[in-house]
Design a protein around this ligand. Structure first.
Ligand code: F6R
Length: 628
């Protein structure tokens, strides 16, 4: 949550900071601000609402200086109002701080400062930081220290150990306009190295237009940036040198092309996501080829998957595949719940963290806890074995776990995950095939011939998806007006398509603000059926296979209560029961989630777009949730 940028160099900082914030707006967009420093002092501008409001202020008022910091906010402490927008200043107005994360002990810190007479202007947790740093600076100055970059660095380093929680932060001080101090603990921060200038940001899109040379900061590191160079210190306070890495490809740039919204563009990119996955991991001469070490598979007896939101729905499909195709008992947990009620440790367990952003605090914390729980045990059967599935291998997840499966979907800007969901599904198909290949002969594992058939059907997926996306885009656009007054929608699915019903409901809720429930179709009659009447549409996913007849019967039960039935099903005599049909091509049930999710995404998209809503930046949400 929240995006931060910081720049120091030879050109005007303001425009570059605003461009960086534009690239990070997906991380939060309820207010934004920048602070620059020049020999005349500190210039701070803030605005409530979207970034355009801040840009308008900058154009009217300006903010000179070659060094500055910026922030786009997703509110945690304090309402989304201008006074709570970052940067936050010390009492003298000379020192400014932006922060992404949560300072968990901000309350006692604030009370202590208030007791000393400090006046707070915001309700945020962050505001304690400028006051604490200013206090350290004042103390050093009473001992004779002169304002200098080193003094600013020292003051920040003295304050950091007293902050509890996760943070990435940047600090400027108008008394040393040629210095910038940045630090991170459990929240992302990367330094971009330009020519005689440095840009620091929460994520690569803000850096990609500036430089391709990046230095991701490690947990606990602090850096002093001046136009002359970087001084980097590790968590133990030692000076460290590291070789920067290069950003490759164009996937780090956000570009909407001719689409009305990023979300629609990203839905249309899914055939390409699948094509890339197939080209990389499903070569003709092998069942599947994943770039994973054999130690990931060897002797695994159980799998547990930790994830949130849409990633959790992909994981539920994954669990179905790992159990039904590879015969490995698999459990999926809400990462946010796992930490507080973990199951007893089991030997030979593979733990998989699934997060498109690689920055979800709940998922990272659950993985870290799992690593610590098992690390202390003498029995090697309990040795931690962690795998991450992500779209951002360079993220915090990539640094936390030893093995990473990169879904390679390219940057996703729309807050509602679409192509990364498909990428996660494909990762699980690959993983289940890889386990099944290694577990031949074990109970419930299909033989190689059946697995090869599945893998060859997966190779044909991009072409099928291409047609499906085009077709359903047009259909859903035509249907959207029928949902203009809708207040509640029920999504039903069974078996491998139950998570897709959940995903359909989540997509609709988050971008259209229509209340929606995803339910296992057979559970309707145990309660939720009481909600049904002619005003509540029911979207039913019915794919020929093990549960087809059952799902149709459940749909009949809904129809008998006057519900409007929308079918996601093949066009066949059975599907005549639906009032509206979003037709599917013939597909094997086990592969069907890769197709059934498309009408879910497009229906939600067009309903929200028809209502004139901000599809890419829905209210109250952010793309990467870096707070617990
Ligand atoms: C919904 C959505 C969220 C995320 C969730 C986890 O469209 O995107 O539910 O899936 O916040 O995010 P990641 O995958 O980054 O861990």
């Amino acid at each position: 949550m929240c995006g931060i940028v910081a720049l120091i160099g030879s050109r005007e900082a303001g425009p570059q900071l605003l461009e960086g914030l534009r690239q990070l707006e997906y991380r939060g967009y309820d207010s934004a601000g920048i602070a620059t420093v020049d020999p005349d002092g500190l210039h701070c501008l803030k605005a409530e609402g979207k970034l355009v409001n801040l840009i308008a202020r900058f154009e009217a008022e300006g903010a000179p200086g070659h060094c500055g910091i910026g922030h786009t906010r997703w509110a945690t402490h304090g309402k989304p109002e201008e006074r709570n927008a970052h940067p936050h200043l010390d009492g003298s107005g000379q020192l400014a701080v932006v922060q992404n994360g949560i300072i968990e002990n901000h309350r006692p810190l604030r009370e202590g400062l208030q007791a000393e007479g400090v006046r707070f202007l915001s309700d945020t947790d962050t505001e304690v930081i400028p006051h604490l740093v200013a206090r350290r600076l004042a103390h050093q100055e009473t001992l004779g220290a002169k304002p200098s970059p080193a003094l600013l660095l020292q003051a920040v380093r003295e304050v950091l150990p007293g902050l509890h929680g996760a943070y990435a932060l940047a600090v400027v001080w108008s008394r040393v306009p040629g210095a910038l101090v940045v630090a991170r603990r459990q929240a992302p921060l990367l330094i971009g190295l330009g020519e005689g200038e440095f840009l620091c940001a929460s994520d690569t899109p803000a850096l990609a237009g500036f430089t391709r040379t990046i230095l991701p900061m490690e947990d606990g590191e602090v850096a002093l940036l001046t136009p002359l160079g970087i001084e980097l210190y590790n968590a133990s306070g030692e000076r460290v040198q590291r070789t920067p890495s290069l950003l490759t490809g164009t996937e780090h740039m956000a570009d909407k092309r001719s689409f009305r919204h990023f979300m629609l563009k990203e839905i249309h990119e899914q055939p390409e996501t699948a094509a890339l996955w197939v080209a990389r991991h499903l070569p003709e001469d092998a069942l599947v080829a994943l770039p994973l070490d054999e130690s990931v598979y060897a002797g695994v007896e159980n799998i547990q998957i930790l994830a949130c939101g849409t990633s959790r729905h992909a994981s539920q499909v994954g669990a179905h595949l790992l159990e039904q195709l590879a015969g490995v008992p698999t459990n999926v947990f809400y990462a946010s719940e796992f930490r507080y009620a973990p199951p007893p440790l089991r030997p030979h367990t593979l733990t998989i963290g699934v997060t498109q952003s690689g920055e979800t605090a709940d998922t990272l914390a659950a993985l870290a806890m799992e690593r610590e729980r098992s690390q202390g045990l003498a029995d090697p059967a309990f040795a931690p074995r962690l795998l991450g599935i992500t779209n951002r291998p360079e993220s915090s997840l990539g640094r936390l776990v030893p093995h990473v499966l990169d879904i390679g979907a390219g940057i996703e800007v729309g807050v509602a995950a679409t192509k990364t969901f498909l990428g996660q599904l494909l990762a699980f198909y690959g993983l289940a095939l890889a386990f099944a290949e290694r577990r031949q002969g074990q109970p419930g594992v299909p033989d190689l011939a059946s697995l090869r058939r599945l893998s060859s059907q997966l190779r044909g997926l991009p072409a099928v998806l291409r047609e499906l996306v085009e077709d359903h885009d047009a259909r859903c656009a035509e249907l959207a007006h029928l949902f203009a007054e809708t207040r509640d929608v029920i999504f039903l699915g069974r078996g491998i398509n139950y998570p897709i019903a959940m995903e359909g409901a989540l997509k609709l809720k988050e971008i259209s603000y229509i209340h929606a429930e995803g339910y296992p179709a057979g559970e309707m009659k145990h309660g939720p059926i009481a909600l049904l009447d002619s005003r509540v549409p029911v979207v039913s996913i019915a794919v020929p296979g093990m549960v087809f007849d059952k799902v149709l019967s459940n749909a009949q039960e809904a129809k008998a209560r006057d519900a409007q039935l929308v079918g996601v099903a093949p066009a066949c005599p059975d599907s005549e029961l639906f009032d509206l049909l979003l037709p599917l091509p013939p597909v094997e049930e086990l592969l069907s989630p890769l197709l059934t999710v498309i009408p879910m995404q497009l229906l939600s998209y067009h309903i929200a777009a028809h209502r004139g809503l901000d599809v890419d930046q829905p209210r109250n949400l952010a793309k990467s949730v870096t707070v617990e």
